[in-house]
Design a protein. Sequence first.
Length: 456
Amino acid sequence: MKQTLIENARLVDPGAVDPSVIDPGVEEKAKPSSKSSSESIPLSALLIEDGKIAAHGDDAFSKVTDGALRIDAGGLVLAPGLVDMRVQLREPGEEHKETIATAVAAAAAGGVTSMVCLPSTQPIIDDVSVVEFVARRGREQKGCKIYCYAAATQGMRGEQISEMGLLQASGALGFTDAERVIQDARVMTRVLTYARGFDALVIQHAEDRTLAEDGDMNQGEVADRLGLVGIPAAAEAIMVERDLRLLEGTGGRCHFAHLTTEAALNAVRRAKERGLDVTCDTAPQYFCLDETALEGYKTFAKVTPPLRSVSDKRAVVAGLLDGTIDCIASDHSPQDQDSKRLPLPLAACGMIGLETTLALCLTHLEGLSLAQMFRKLATNPARLLRIGGGTLQIGEPADLLLCDPDRKWVIREEEMRSKSKNTAFHEETVRGVVTKTWVDGRIVFDREREQEQRRS
């Protein structure tokens, strides 16, 4: 029996609030608070036994044996490891941008203990063999649990639905065409209907292609001033409204990825009130940045969907506060220098985020308490995807992070562990440093040890 006792820690367990539902939003409305609330969390202890959480508090001390490894947390916050439900790994096919090994290193440093990769690899994950390849490579790394989605349609072409039953049985957690919208309403109806038979999750990139095609950034004054083709906010809202109508008729589970606009969030809010099984997420760039980040034709701020207006950014923050937005994902999308350092209309979309998501949330989401924040970063994604983790409850996998939520640091692209360095937050001062990360009770990242090795 292998034991680890983590003592003098401030335990944050958002999974203990209500394990039966995904973020009902009541607590967000009732108890907005700041990050400094970590000091009011009493010191406690947590016992890990054979890779699982075995006890808390006084029970942890009573059950620990003489041979256990003891770790003094020094009053830092111990919370569930992040469950990042939207990551592009680039392997297989584009290993010059990212490999599973470099993504795992970045994830561990960012406190991510589970991540789900999109099917937009080369080859596309629409075949059982590719699902098994990703799972096998993930097991080899051992630094982060790696899951994957499968393509909702064959080749992500939006025409013929994939073999969902076989893909789900092989380990796919849901079905999506990644950054391609399922444009055809008839095909989307078939996807939702077929997925319902397996109780499978369908994830949609909500952006009407006929309105967004060839667009460079958000439609508005900034795009006009820069002489760029704009993508209207309506492109997102129209697709969300359409799919909600389809969901009413088909039933099943539908999730909208990286929502960015007030109109789309209002539609999701109303659908939840009607009882539809709908959820959504957003990414840090959409509550940290707005369209003005592209001033000077800064391609590292070019993402899909695009950065929106200031009012839409505020609406995203409001959606996080009131519980309309269930989850926060990094939307990690590594691109190499050759893909980004181009004229803006030709530059690729996307930015990295595995290492910076937690810090950006702690820095920019002042209205969320630590428990509320970790619910969106860990608990809700784990429940939505029906995987372990996301909580400190006894019997759950010991997927944990230890962090100092108030310690400041500067994001520098040259220090990123990701193979690609395309971040729009270069040189930004943020707060929230992950000091240790555990996966199944094993330490997979130790900042102090890493710094000692560098000095020696």
